[in-house]
Unconditional design. Structure first.
Length: 334
């Protein structure tokens, strides 16, 4: 069984062919980030227009790279992100998936983007042991999830305001580092001192919820008072504060739950300080660390295809009347 995955939830247009053994035959990602960079963030209308232009060529490349005829491919089903995400972007991918399904006479299934990220580690480690505690951190989402197995997940904590990646982008904008902010701050932080700024410790309670809005504001206030502080020191101090909160909550999750592994997922999973901290935590608790490759950190269609295989087996195909769900929460995935 081979399934075509399509992902268009934000600014990446992606397509991938994956089989039911979770072997990735192709994975194509086309980003429109250069169009958004001058605006300091993703412009929804520009993202939607970019998807319209690129969706056809990206799907074709994914099929050809997988050795399939793009006109009549030997595809058994199509999986597509139907939420959460930007409504205009989601509609482009969803419409394309329905059109391909009708044209090729195959079923299609709508997939939750966040659940897709939870399937990403399986594409690199199909034999990983369960249960797994996963930190899913990106530009739009920050969650701590307990996974009992594929498709079996429970949200233990989530951000009550900004996501971690969103805080990175806003702080980077304040510092004049451009967009996207995560990679820029990560690079600069390696040259600075993480103790240069005294930033507040957020969310010190026993729950696993997260918060980054106050930290972002604290960086602004601190740099207004200490105008001579080096940018590298600000970046290092901010990054350490983000990592400290995330790792403290993960530690609490490991104490409260008996798991076999600790995983990272989402765009912020590429952050070097966070990856280092997760490795150390996993070693301390004697569990396996599942750190995705850089290709699996970013939005991609292989993870959507993998989640789609599971959803097809469990619930069957979606109706062609399926609508985009821009606010679809992981906790609502049945």
């Amino acid at each position: 069984m081979k399934i075509l995955g399509i992902e268009t939830s934000c600014d990446e247009t992606a397509a991938s062919v994956v089989d039911n053994a979770l072997h990735v035959h192709s994975s194509i990602v086309e980003s429109s980030i250069d169009q958004h960079r001058p605006f300091g963030g993703v412009v929804p209308e520009l993202a939607g227009r970019a998807h319209v232009t690129t969706i056809g060529p990206v799907v074709r490349r994914a099929l050809e790279e997988a050795g399939l005829d793009p006109h009549r491919p030997a595809i058994d089903a199509i999986a597509v992100t139907s939420g959460p995400g930007l409504i205009g972007s989601l509609l482009v991918g969803l419409s394309a998936a329905k059109a391909y399904a009708l044209s090729w006479g195959v079923p299609f299934v709508g997939v939750n983007h966040l659940e897709g990220h939870l399937f990403a580690p399986l594409l690199e480690r199909p034999d990983l042991a369960w249960p797994v505690l996963t930190l899913l951190v990106s530009g739009g989402h920050s969650l701590i999830v307990l996974q009992g197995g594929p498709g079996d997940h429970r949200v233990l904590g989530e951000t009550i305001d900004d996501a971690a990646g969103e805080a990175y982008d806003k702080v980077a904008r304040w510092l004049g580092l451009g967009y996207p902010g995560g990679p820029a701050i990560d690079r600069l932080a390696r040259e600075g001192s993480s103790s240069a700024l005294k930033l507040p410790v957020s969310m010190t309670g026993n729950d696993l919820d997260l918060s980054f809005s106050g930290l972002k504001t604290a960086v602004v206030r601190a740099t207004e008072k200490q105008r001579d502080v080096a940018l590298a020191d600000v970046a290092a101090s901010f990054q350490e504060a983000v990592a400290e909160q995330l790792l403290r909550k993960l530690r609490a999750g490991l104490v409260a739950n008996d798991v076999a592994g600790l995983a990272l997922a989402g765009g912020v999973a590429a952050n070097s300080r966070l990856r280092e901290g997760v490795r150390e935590l996993a070693a301390e608790f004697g569990v396996e660390a599942h750190l995705p490759t850089m290709a699996m950190c970013t939005d991609n269609a292989a993870m959507i295809a993998a989640a789609g295989i599971y959803r097809l087996e469990q619930s069957g195909p979606s109706s062609l009347t399926l609508s985009a769900r821009p606010n679809w929460q992981l906790a609502d995935v049945a």
